[in-house]
Design a binder for this molecule. Sequence first.
Ligand code: ADE
Length: 264
Amino acid sequence: MIRFHILTLFPEAFQGPFDVSILNRAREQGLVEVHLYNTRDFTHDRHHTVDDYPFGGGGGMLMKPEPLFEAVEAVREGILQGGKVGEVSEVPTILLSPQGELFCQAMAERWAQEKDLILVCGRYEGVDERVRQHLATEEVSIGDYVLGGGELPAMVLVETIARLVPGVLGSAESLEEESHAAGLLEYPQYTRPREFQGWEVPEVLLSGDHQRVARWRREQALLRTWQRRPDLLARAQLTAEDREFLAQALASQEPPEGEGAVHA
Ligand code: ADE
């Protein structure tokens, strides 16, 4: 079971995406809890101010530190009362921002082991630097582009992490397959009909020969990764057989053509 605590100025933005499909089922089964907190509720002035002008001038508004600190502290307090042992500052407190470390599957795997995660969504032009330095324990970006706030990135993290929590995915193989292919792009997949508008399913997939199918899939995953994401290939865990196959493909420069071959 994992609990996500999300601090946001727009809690209502999370309603739709978390109420469908895997996440909804996981929540119903009690495997995932999502707690939303409106950062504005942690202000004390008449106007519930959450942003202010930057010192030194310049355009845009920044999120003030006080409401964010107060909100995170309240959440940590709540987690402690829920019986967590140890230091509350150990609860990963993830600030979503375009300046963060690029989110990846390995981070999701690490965080899926936690009982509680705090996600802090920024808005406006950014957050006061002290939030980054003294409140967040991690800072994460979902990609090299700038969104209007951390809400969509938080949803991306929740979905990626939640599906790794034991029991959340329907079939155990789904994750097993994935970890076997760790770091590679997926092989091509087909379902019925066998022939669609003249395009046929590769013969090997209809052969019933499990070994041949497994080898074909592995090779396709290797080729696809080599062609589209050579950066991933450099970090993937490859067997001697994989290396041999790639060396041959590379030697012929052009990856072997044929059914299911990938075109760049
Ligand atoms: N906030 C705005 N843009 C973002 C991004 N790319 N990743 C995470 N948080 C963000």
